[in-house]
Ligand binder design. Sequence first.
Ligand code: PLP
Length: 386
Amino acid sequence: MSVYVNNAATSWPKPECVPKAVFDFMTGRGANLARGAAAKRDVDTLDMVMECREALADLFCGYRDCDPRYVTFTSNVTESLNVVLKGYLRPGMTVATTSMEHNAVIRPLRALEKKGINLEIIKCDDRGRLDPRSLELLIESKTIDMVVIAHGSNLCGVIQDVKSVGKICKDKGVPFVLDTAQTAGVIHISASDLGLSALCFTGHKGLMGPQGIGGIVWEPSFAEKCSPFVEGGTGSFSDEEYQPTRMPDKFEAGTPNLPAIAGLLAAVRWIEETGIETIHSREKELGERLLKGLIHMKGIEFHGPSDMENRLPVFAVNFDCVDNGTLAGELADMGIETRPGLHCAPLAHKTLGSFPQGALRLSVGYFNTEEDVDSTLNQLSRLVDR
Ligand SMILES: Cc1ncc(COP(=O)(O)O)c(C=O)c1O
């Protein structure tokens, strides 16, 4: 038996078109980007990368009629966040975030703090929810130069009220940066409606693409204010010794992960065909089934929201009789793949009261079945009973 309930780490399996597109690119095309002589293979690569930018700009409702040049490719959302945070924040500025963030936000901010940037961490409640009013009060009490938060928690699935946060930031003129690692491809997100300065995404989770690709959808005037994180060859303006300021070249030095872009394009097309609403309601259905089974288990301690309202199907639990690491190991021996421990989110665990022991995380995805959920619940309760 094999049951994969670790989709918050990376989605699996991928739609069949995704590995096929990676294979087809590597075997049939494979030319570098803007580093050839306009042979057919060169033009095909250029078109494929532009088509992927356009598909992402459309998916996330980018700015200026979804201008695809304002979609930057990176390796993952961690890199995207580093590009944005380190490209914009300067000593003396103050950045606000929450106590539910992944280390992809917290670690760059802690590093920036050492360089003279002030950090304000707003405490979320013990279910992981941010009260937008506390952000508003903070912005009213001092100058905040940027707000950066995760849309959905990788630990307990809570979805933050980004609509209210976006409105507050817009009214107060504060740049708003969103980490969509857990929500992109699963929930409809409009960068322009939310007033985002930068939407940071990773390709390998809800977007169903390969690992090693992520990106940023920029609000154009904000992109102009950020300095590039990496400088080097872009295949353009080769007479220049300085990094081009034109998009998308400004933030994309070096050869990108072209096979992964091919896979991501196929994945986004698959999402368009399947429909985000269909994906979301299927995941919610599976989440409800898992939640119903978990909540009544003997000796369970449930971290995060205990209903499916505004949450992802990502659950963090502990049992009073057994360590979460031992449990995850025994489940793995039975072919059930979960994730124990601290999930790169120590502050979030502190917020939910599960630090330092961490928790057992179970996360279902679109390709799970009712049988997957039931056998996970059965094996889990057998282990706990034992
Ligand atoms: C909320 C959140 N932010 C950031 C990340 C980092 O993602 P990546 O490793 O793809 O950069 C994750 C991954 O689990 C996440 O869940």
